[in-house]
Design a protein around this ligand. Structure first.
Ligand SMILES: [Zn+2]
Length: 257
């Protein structure tokens, strides 16, 4: 009887130890996914800034081309206007003169319209250098930040590798003391109960006139008197009737027992 008691106590202690190791391993697994994702995000910022810069560049070039074409247009209109003016000096009758006059004024109105368009484009292109400089600084900053993150991530992954290796070795040692079936049951619980398979029982004090109750530290369901008795005797493994977790009591459980 004495040995059974010691056995269960030891098994619970071993399972608690194993759970700590498994939680460390689970943490390593999460971090091994998180770290590269963190780097990808930092690199993504630099790529986005570069894309924005390319867009600005393309728009800038487009406006430059438009300006060049409008300048050509104005030049050819000037030539036309001058031609009309000199023709007007040599016309022989009023009708031709009037007709040239009309064409001339149409041409001048059109030239004015195109010049206004040119002015707008000039104003627009003025802001580009500033904006491009700004985005270039964003690119530089994002690249520098990504370089820093890359270093941090490489270091973190290296540390995780070492930690994981050590935890796996520890797991092997610890789990050697548990029999296969118990190990399998614990493993299933650990996965299905989000990394917490073994939990302390907690005592919740009741109102002054009535006694308190013991609850599962995993799901807070109250334990039956029989379960509490079994735990106190300590000769059988007790699991929560609600969440299935393996229960234990220790000095921190509270209550009077
Ligand atoms: Zn429970």
């Amino acid at each position: 009887m004495e040995s059974e008691l010691v056995e269960i106590k030891e098994l619970i202690e071993t399972l608690k130890h194993l759970q700590k190791v498994d939680q460390r391993l689970a943490h390593c697994g999460r971090m091994k996914k998180f770290e590269p994702a963190r780097l990808a995000e930092a690199e993504g910022k630099a790529v986005n800034a570069e894309r924005l810069h390319d867009q600005l560049d393309a728009e800038h070039r487009e406006i430059q081309l438009k300006i060049a074409s409008i300048e050509l247009d104005i030049k050819s209109r000037d030539e036309k206007i001058n031609r009309h003016k000199s023709q007007m000096l040599t016309v022989s009758n009023n009708r031709e003169y009037q007709s040239l006059m009309k064409e001339l004024s149409l041409e001048q109105v059109e030239k004015q319209r195109v010049e206004e368009e040119l002015l707008e484009l000039m104003i627009k292109i003025d802001g580009f250098s500033d904006r491009e400089g700004e985005v270039q600084r964003e690119i530089d900053a994002a690249k520098a930040a990504a370089d820093t993150v890359r270093g941090e991530v490489a270091e973190a992954l290296g540390e995780l590798e070492v930690e994981e290796k050590a935890a796996l070795q520890e797991r092997e040692t610890v789990s050697a003391g548990i029999d296969a079936e118990e190990l399998r049951d614990y493993g299933r619980l650990f996965v299905s109960r989000n990394g917490v398979a073994v939990v302390r029982v907690n005592y919740i004090a009741g109102p002054p006139t009535s006694e308190g109750r013991y609850v599962c530290g995993g799901c807070n369901m109250p334990l039956t008197h029989q379960m509490v008795n079994l735990l106190l005797i300590g000769r059988k493994m007790v699991t929560c009737q609600s969440c299935g977790r393996i229960l234990y009591m220790d000095d921190e459980s509270g209550g009077e027992y």
